[in-house]
Design a protein around this ligand. Structure first.
Ligand code: ADE
Ligand code: ZN
Length: 334
């Protein structure tokens, strides 16, 4: 990928929507598989050019799980976290919330404690080496079932890990309605975690409305299909519900046909607070820096708008982000 333009590179960035297993590049997945003696299903997982293979959303979720099965130890989770945060720091990111799934750790035989300790080590090492702050959002996956999701909610609260600052729900929104997961959200909301839900990506405005009914939800992952319902857009603006928007993910997964058709600009114009995220960067051929650049080049955002998007993200973060842009050169930018 070509380097970011200097103007965009200089802007401090913050990312609230990226899936930890989905940050691991094909190269890292191959390295981890070799280290763990795991045979990857190479034909199904990779294209001939070495990129991840998928051809629609449900196939993407399948490839994601196949690749994630190569991440097996606390040290692996440390490396996935560290490599991603280091890459973000190189693009000017100061803060990243990593959506992590206890299910994926459990699937490979890791205890929740080992899983989180590995991620936390990656966060600490990246902070030390690159000055970037990372925090963890514990995620449930709708299509793993209600009972599993409630179990993850309880385990998240029981762990009480200081870096786990929020809760999210990912997976197949079209076939697994949000209302079934109210109890899971009640558990984490009562424990004080900030909540966000994937909605309005592969289902329409009703899915977003249902997500907003869940206890504690103040952000929506994607939410872009709100644009189909002007009343909902007005409600999001009125309630200042923050959308964690991932333009490239939306375009490559076919939610919108082109960047020019993407509603980021329309949502901003209507007063809806938006942030930028890369979702699953190597699957979608993007990075957080590239999302900022695209927003500037193709989605009508000025450099000042990009700074405002970062400010929105830092204000909507589920942890204290005070002072993260205090470095003299960055302070001037915001
Ligand atoms: N899990 C990883 N990426 C996702 C996405 N874009 N939507 C829903 N679940 C996901
Ligand atoms: Zn996502």
């Amino acid at each position: 990928m070509s380097p970011l333009t200097p103007d965009v590179a200089a802007i401090p960035k913050a990312e609230l929507h990226v899936h930890l297993e989905g940050t691991a590049t094909p190269d890292l997945i191959r390295r981890l598989a070799a280290r763990n003696g795991v045979q990857l299903p190479t034909e199904r997982l990779f294209n001939p050019d070495g990129s991840f293979a998928w051809n629609d959303f449900l196939h993407f979720l399948e490839s994601y799980d196949l690749a994630a099965a190569a991440i097996r130890t606390g040290a692996d989770y440390r490396d996935v976290t560290y490599e991603y945060l280091a890459a973000c720091a190189a693009e000017g990111a100061v803060y990243v919330e990593l959506i992590a799934s206890l299910d994926h750790g459990k699937n490979v035989g890791l205890s929740d404690e080992e899983h989180l300790a590995g991620i936390a080590q990656g966060i600490d090492d990246a902070q030390r080496d690159h000055g970037i702050t990372g925090r963890i959002i514990s995620s449930i996956v709708r299509n793993f079932g209600v009972a599993d999701c409630e179990d993850v909610a309880r385990r998240t609260v029981a762990l009480g890990h200081p870096y786990v600052v929020g809760f999210n729900m990912a997976g197949d929104e079209a076939n697994f309605p949000a209302s079934d997961y109210a109890r899971a959200f009640a558990i984490v909301h009562e424990a004080g975690l900030g909540c966000s839900v994937h909605a309005g990506e592969h289902a329409g405005p009703e899915s977003i409305r249902a997500a907003l009914e869940l206890p504690g939800v103040v952000r929506i992952s994607h939410g872009v299909r709100a644009v189909e319902d002007p009343d909902l857009v007005a409600e999001l603006a009125e309630r200042q519900i923050v959308l964690e928007v991932c333009p490239t993910s939306n375009v490559v997964l076919g939610v919108f046909p082109t960047y020019e058709a993407h509603p980021l600009g329309a949502l901003r114009a209507a007063g809806v607070p938006v942030t930028l995220g890369s979702d699953d960067p190597p699957y979608f051929g993007t990075t957080i820096g590239r999302e900022y650049e695209l927003a500037h080049d193709r989605l009508g955002c000025s450099l000042a708008d990009l700074r405002e998007i970062t400010e929105t993200a830092l204000n909507a973060a589920f942890s204290d982000t005070e002072g993260l842009v205090n470095q003299p050169d960055r302070r001037a930018d915001l």
